[in-house]
Ligand binder design. Structure first.
Ligand code: ZN
Ligand code: ZN
Length: 240
């Protein structure tokens, strides 16, 4: 969850509840453009007459479509949380479009590359015919993870960024959190799901690859297109 003010000037609302006046509602959104959790984490904080936060009252995790409260965390023990929740629910239709628009803003922000140019390191990788780690371009958030047989795995996904190449390939390093060795390293062709195993340390590596293809294919495709778009934006001219 990322606070809205991390991506620019926020348009936070100040709410007048019956029992609590001048309550600032800070909004935190899921930054993963491929995640459809549709949740917002709201933080309600008391402002003083100088518009400074004096007291943090409570956090609510809310379903953006229905307004349902998924989770509440009381930060000020004396707060009458139920009265705030009641009024919030009662007036959710007034907050709904505001919150959903800001959710979309955060998703759009994390779908795009914000640098003025690509770092030389990335240009060198592409010119050398190498794939580029998604996180090198879009930051070290939104890493793909999955569970297989009660184990958590992480994927480092690398894409061909060369705008003139239409290989449709992603190279994946699959590893367990904090592990020294990777479990499997393979190349997947997104156009026909064919793959080439480059290295493995896990006897279930084929099953793991199939699990990834079955469950993560659409995410890998959108990430491929996102990386290609950055390649198109910055590398097309240099290739001519
Ligand atoms: Zn999410
Ligand atoms: Zn390629």
């Amino acid at each position: 969850m990322i606070p809205l003010h991390h991506i620019g000037k926020p348009n936070y609302l100040v709410i007048q509840f019956n029992l609590y006046k001048n309550i600032l509602m800070l909004e935190n959104y899921c930054s993963d453009p491929d995640c459809h959790c549709d949740e917002v984490l709201l933080n309600f904080a008391q402002l003083d007459e100088k518009h400074k936060i004096t007291n943090n009252l409570l956090n609510l995790r809310v379903d953006l479509k229905s307004g349902r409260i998924i989770e509440k965390t009381i930060l000020e023990p004396a707060v009458d949380a139920d009265s705030i929740i009641f009024e919030f629910n009662q007036h959710f239709s007034q907050f709904k479009s505001h919150l959903n628009e800001n959710n979309q803003k955060v998703k759009n922000y994390f779908s795009a590359y914000h640098g003025q140019q690509l770092p030389q390191e990335i240009v060198d990788l592409v010119n050398g015919g190498n794939c580029v780690d998604y996180q090198k371009i879009f930051g070290n958030i939104n890493q793909i993870s999955f569970n297989y047989l009660n184990e958590t795995y992480l994927i480092e996904d690398q894409y061909c960024m060369n705008p003139t190449c239409l290989c449709d390939e992603v190279v994946m390093v699959v590893y367990k959190p904090n592990a020294v060795l990777s479990e499997v390293l393979f190349r997947l062709d997104l156009s026909d799901d064919s793959y080439e195993i480059l290295k493995y340390n896990n006897k279930d590596h084929i099953a793991i690859i199939h699990h990834i293809i079955e469950n993560k294919k659409s995410i890998l495709e959108s990430r491929y297109h996102r990386v290609k778009a950055v390649g198109n934006q910055f590398l097309l001219v240099e290739k001519k």
